[in-house]
Write a protein that binds this ligand. Structure first.
Ligand SMILES: C[S@@+](CC[C@H](N)C(=O)[O-])C[C@H]1O[C@@H](n2cnc3c(N)ncnc32)[C@H](O)[C@@H]1O
Length: 198
């Protein structure tokens, strides 16, 4: 199927243009059952996708991968310091709660490279790459995880922003370099990119 046709299903009429809306469009159209998200953070994507009427009954497994390192970015409220709460643990516990709510949701507190060794090839229907945004890490994530996506499945990710215009400017360069710019589907929703594996 051509890029333009795939885009029709990604771009939905939903009001909030967040990253999970782009993923929901693909999951619903292509009946994608096994999903993995690299860099799951507080599990915002599965919280929405596993509640969404169009996708919640399709998904069999939604894996979240994150090492939850303790170092907090500067925007984290100092309240956490006062309460002596460790940023990594705080986020992990937030995500962990949702493994109780959604039986399909599984959480691995591991780096993406370690986690990638746990799955057999072509296990997943869709991978969403949103972990460490440095050039080398994005490249490693794509190269390590792509073999774990079945043919016809999707390799996707966040922060495909114009080069030089954002602090995540490595993502676009690496994605274009690996897949070829002309083959990358730019969803237009929250800078989500996608590539359909042949
Ligand atoms: C931008 S946030 C992810 C946001 C999340 N995907 C969402 O949509 O809400 C990046 C995440 O990558 C995680 N991360 C950092 N290094 C990682 C690694 N080596 N493997 C997997 N995740 C990593 C961070 O802990 C952080 O939670």
């Amino acid at each position: 199927m051509k890029k333009e046709e795939i885009l029709k299903y990604v771009t939905t009429k939903r009001a909030q243009p967040y990253r999970w809306v782009a993923l929901e469009g693909l999951i619903a159209k292509y009946k994608l059952k096994r999903i993995v998200e690299i860099g799951i953070h507080k599990a915002w994507c599965p919280i929405h996708i596993l509640s969404c009427p169009e996708t919640k009954n399709i998904i069999e497994e939604y894996w979240g991968i994150d090492p939850y390192f303790s170092k907090a970015p500067c925007h984290v409220p100092s309240e956490l310091d006062k309460q002596k709460v460790v940023w990594g643990d705080f986020r992990y516990e937030h995500a962990l709660k949702y493994t109780m709510k959604f039986p399909q949701f599984r959480l691995l507190r591991l780096t993406s490279d370690k986690a990638s060794r746990l799955f057999s090839s072509e296990y997943f229907d869709l991978i969403f790459i949103d972990g460490d945004h440095g050039h080398t890490c994005v490249r490693n994530d794509i190269l390590n995880w792509s073999p774990l996506v079945r043919k016809g499945g999707f390799i996707t990710g966040h922060d495909y922003t114009p080069v030089g215009k954002c602090r995540h400017n490595g993502v676009r360069e690496v994605v274009d370099d690996i897949f070829g710019k002309e083959n990358v589907i730019v969803t237009g929703i929250d800078s989500v990119w996608a590539y359909r594996k042949e």
